[in-house]
Design a protein around this ligand. Structure first.
Ligand code: GLN
Length: 297
C-alpha cells in the first residue's frame, strides 16, 4: 500500500492528476461538479488556465506540487468544500480568502448586491452610508465599495475570526470598510452602531430542524452560527434589523435582505406591518423568492 502510494506521488503528469481527481470526486459530486472542482484545484496548483493545462498535459507535476495535490485530494474526499480546501472563493469577479469561520459567498448574494446598486444608481444620493449585518467574509461591503467608491460602508459580525477574514479581504482588495465585532441580537450592542441610509444583510435564516436535509458539505463544514436560527424564532434577525432600523435607519432609507425561500411572505408581512412602503420580494435566477427590499417612510 505504501509503495503503491509512493509511486503515485513520485510520477504524475498533469493529465493523470486531472483524471485521477475528477474520477474520485465524481463518486461524491457527480461528473459535472467533479469536473468544475477539478478545474479549480488544477488551476490553483499549476497557476495555468485550462488551455495552458491542455498544452502542458504531459508535463510531470513537480514534487512539491504533488504533495499539495495529495493534501487537497484527501481533504476533498471528506466532502470539504473546495473553497475551504483552497482558501479561495470567487465572488463578483473577486478572489476572496475564506476559511471555516465564514460562510462561502453564494451567487444569490451577488444578485442582492446588484439590486442595491440598481436602486442606488436610480436615486439621486451619490454618497450614502451602508451597513452590512453579519458580514462573514466581508463579501457584501467589499463588492459594494468597489462599485460605489464614494459611499461609506460599515459591517458587523459576532465572530472575531470572521472579522479577521473580512479585514484581510478588504485589505487584499484595497478598500476601506469599517468592520465592528458586534452581537447584533443584543439591543445594547447594536444600538452603538452609526445611523445609516441603507441596511443590507444575508443573515442566518435556516431553521435548525432543516439541518438534516442540507448537503453534508454545507452542514459539516460551514459555520452553524452563520447558517441556523432557532426553530421557534426563525425571523429573529429580521426582527432585530427592524428594531435597529427604527432609530438608526434614516427616513426614506432602504433595507435589502436575503431570505429563506419559504419565508418570503412572513418576512414581508413583518415589514408591511411597520413603517415601510414599497416592500418588494424578488426571485433569484432559479426562480425562488430569495430577496426583499423595503423602504422606510
Ligand atoms: N454576508 C456574508 C455572506 O453573504 C455572510 C452571511 C452569513 O454569515 N450569514 O456570505
Amino acid at each position: 500500500m505504501f509503495c503503491a502510494l509512493a509511486i503515485v506521488v513520485l510520477q504524475m503528469t498533469l493529465e493523470e492528476a486531472t483524471k485521477d481527481l475528477s474520477s474520485k470526486l465524481a463518486n461524491l459530486y457527480g461528473p459535472g461538479e467533479a469536473s468544475a472542482i477539478t478545474d479549480l484545484v488544477m488551476e490553483h496548483i499549476t497557476g495555468w488556465r485550462k488551455m495552458d493545462r491542455i498544452i502542458h498535459k504531459k508535463d510531470e507535476i513537480p514534487h512539491r506540487k504533488k504533495e499539495q495535490f495529495q493534501i487537497f485530494l484527501e481533504q476533498l474526499l471528506t466532502q470539504k468544500p473546495v473553497q475551504y480546501v483552497l482558501h479561495e472563493a470567487w465572488f463578483m469577479g473577486m478572489k476572496l480568502f475564506v476559511d471555516e469561520n465564514v460562510l462561502i459567498p453564494r451567487p444569490e448574494t451577488e444578485e442582492l448586491i446588484e439590486w442595491l446598486i440598481t436602486e442606488w444608481t436610480q436615486s439621486n444620493k451619490p454618497k450614502i452610508h451602508v451597513l452590512d449585518v453579519g458580514t462573514g467574509s466581508g463579501c457584501i461591503p467589499i463588492a459594494l465599495k468597489k462599485r460605489m467608491p464614494d459611499c461609506d460602508f460599515s459591517a458587523c459580525d459576532l465572530s472575531p475570526a470572521a472579522i479577521g477574514v473580512a479585514k484581510k479581504n478588504a485589505s487584499d482588495q484595497g478598500v476601506f470598510i469599517k468592520f465592528l465585532q458586534v452581537d447584533f441580537l443584543e439591543p445594547m450592542q447594536r444600538s452603538l452602531l452609526e445611523n445609516v441610509d441603507v441596511i443590507i444583510s444575508n443573515p442566518p435564516y435556516i431553521p435548525k430542524a432543516e439541518s438534516d436535509s442540507l448537503d453534508k458539505h454545507v452542514v459539516n463544514f460551514e459555520p452553524h452560527i452563520a447558517l441556523f436560527v432557532p426553530d421557534n424564532d426563525p425571523l429573529v434577525f429580521y426582527s432585530a434589523i427592524l428594531d435597529f432600523a427604527l432609530d438608526h435607519l434614516r427616513s426614506k432609507g432602504q433595507i435589502f435582505l436575503e431570505l429563506h425561500e419559504n419565508l418570503g411572505e412572513k418576512v414581508s408581512d413583518l415589514f408591511r406591518n411597520r413603517d415601510y412602503s414599497e416592500v418588494e420580494l424578488k426571485k433569484d435566477l432559479h426562480g425562488k423568492v430569495r430577496m426583499l427590499r423595503a423602504e422606510k417612510k
